[in-house]
Ligand binder design. Structure first.
Ligand code: PLP
Length: 448
């Protein structure tokens, strides 16, 4: 399989862009990223003309795949042809805002921005402005974009910036706790309760192997934040309009956060972010309130049209049945393959998200008949419950080297494009077919 063109492009890129890429995670592809020429339904074709089944789907935004249905394409082209943007409001922003308010339980008002990072940055500022407090509780292994308040590692006793360029004094306002650990959250509230502006969490950790909340965890977070006058923020940049359909993950879990951040699907494949929530809190954003927030490109008409048409198409067609059905097939096919070939590994995911975690610990061959119920949502009655990852530490212990050597190399050679590292989730789109699933399962069988 030739990759001459990708290699030549990467050489050129290295001389003009740091690491040859415009986003850190793209450099995780070794020895170099393949450059994509174009997409086609559930596939991409690289610069050397090789076709891959694409389970990365732009890292999540492409619910409909690479071939946008006619009304979605028409909506985007219409807006682009009318002059891309104006610096003053347009009707399509209101249309998309109304759609989200109608479908997402916690959202009474919404502000659109340009990325998930901008959404979480603004949500944290809003929570601080609304409560008059400084500290944010986050989950170890959660990801909220490339921003100062959340690029923090360590624990609540000893938070440290996880990137150069962030002062230690910033990190001190962030309290990382293990996901699914109620005691750890109780402890930080006992110690800092009066100064905690918000708990910020993904409803399902989607950037760390796909880790589900245990039964009652989100209800617990809702209660403890209420008791202390702190806000609960769900970061639904990945799960929004993917898990739980148009109601998002919060409707699936039946827990209503104060604020929700969105990104990815809500912009139909164009740069986007949004912060939605209780009107009284969202109204604190300038110009109606004192929390400054602004952006030249925010509510961009082309993005708004892409998001609106995508979500409307999903509302009127069998999109969620299709992607969730293929997700089930993938997870259950993978569970069978693992039972046979790698019983210590675990399939995770739900709806249209999936991942294989290379966990080292697990039931031995004697208990092979007791396989994980795919997408079990951490069901305590599942026989493999003890072996499902519950937090970042469980996933971190997985065999990440193996991911790189076998899966990335071998699956790519089999024509399957998986996420760039062991931790990121993979996504099914409306463009994928049952044949794509079958071919992918065959490739996993060979690779394992
Ligand atoms: N929040 C979550 C849960 C994400 O997964 C991401 C990106 O993957 C972000 C925030 C940041 O979004 P963006 O990359 O659009 O800035």
């Amino acid at each position: 399989m030739s990759d001459e063109n990708s290699r030549a492009l990467y050489d050129r890129a290295l001389s003009v862009m740091p690491g040859g890429v415009n986003s850190a995670v793209r450099a995780a592809i070794e020895p170099y990223p393949f450059f994509v020429q174009k997409g086609d339904a559930g596939h991409v074709i690289d610069a050397d003309g090789t076709r891959y089944i694409d389970w990365v789907m732009g890292l999540g935004p492409l619910l409909l795949g690479h071939d946008l249905p006619e009304p979605v394409q028409a909506g985007i082209q219409q807006k682009a042809s009318e002059g891309p943007m104006y610096g003053t409001p347009t009707e399509v922003e209101v249309d998309l805002a109304e759609f989200v308010v109608r479908h997402v339980p916690s959202v009474e008002k919404i502000r659109f921005v340009n990325s998930g990072t901008e959404a979480t940055t603004s949500a944290v500022r809003l929570a601080r402005g609304y409560t008059g407090r400084n500290k944010i509780v986050v989950m170890q292994g959660g990801y909220h974009g490339a921003q100062e308040s959340t690029l923090v590692e360590g624990d609540a006793e000893n938070p440290k910036p996880s990137s150069a360029g962030i002062p230690q004094s910033f990190a001190e306002h962030t309290l990382p706790v293990p996901f699914n650990d109620e005691d750890a959250v109780r402890e930080v509230f006992e110690e800092h309760g009066d100064d905690i502006a918000a708990v910020l969490t993904e409803p399902i950790l989607g950037n760390y192997g796909i880790v589900h909340p245990e039964e009652g965890y989100h209800e617990f977070l809702r209660e403890i934040t209420d008791d202390h006058g702190s806000l609960l923020i769900f970061d639904e940049v990945i799960t929004g309009f993917r898990v739980g359909g148009l109601g998002c993950a919060q409707s699936e879990f039946g827990v209503t956060p104060d604020l929700t951040t969105f990104g990815k699907i809500i912009g139909g494949g164009f740069p986007v972010g949004a912060i939605g929530g209780r009107a009284e809190i969202i109204e604190q954003f300038a110009p109606s309130g004192p929390v400054f927030q602004a952006g030249t490109f925010s509510g961009h008409p082309v993005t708004m049209a892409a998001g609106l048409e995508t979500l409307q198409f999903a509302a009127e067609n069998d999109v969620y049945d299709h992607v969730n059905g293929l997700g089930d097939q993938l997870r259950s096919g993978l569970s069978d393959i693992l039972a046979d070939q790698a019983p210590n590994y675990t399939v995770t995911g739900t709806d249209s998200m999936f991942k294989v975690i290379f966990t080292r610990e697990g039931p031995g061959p004697d208990s092979l008949e007791e396989q994980c119920e795919a997408g079990c949502r951490q069901n305590p009655t599942c026989p493999r419950y003890d072996y499902c990852p519950k937090n970042a530490a469980d996933v971190k212990n997985a065999e990440t080297e193996r991911w790189r050597r076998i899966f990335w190399g071998q699956m790519k050679d089999e024509g399957v494009f998986l996420s760039q590292n062991q931790f990121e989730g993979q996504f099914v789109s409306y463009g994928h077919t049952e044949d794509d699933v079958e071919e992918t399962l065959e490739a996993y069988k060979k690779a394992l």
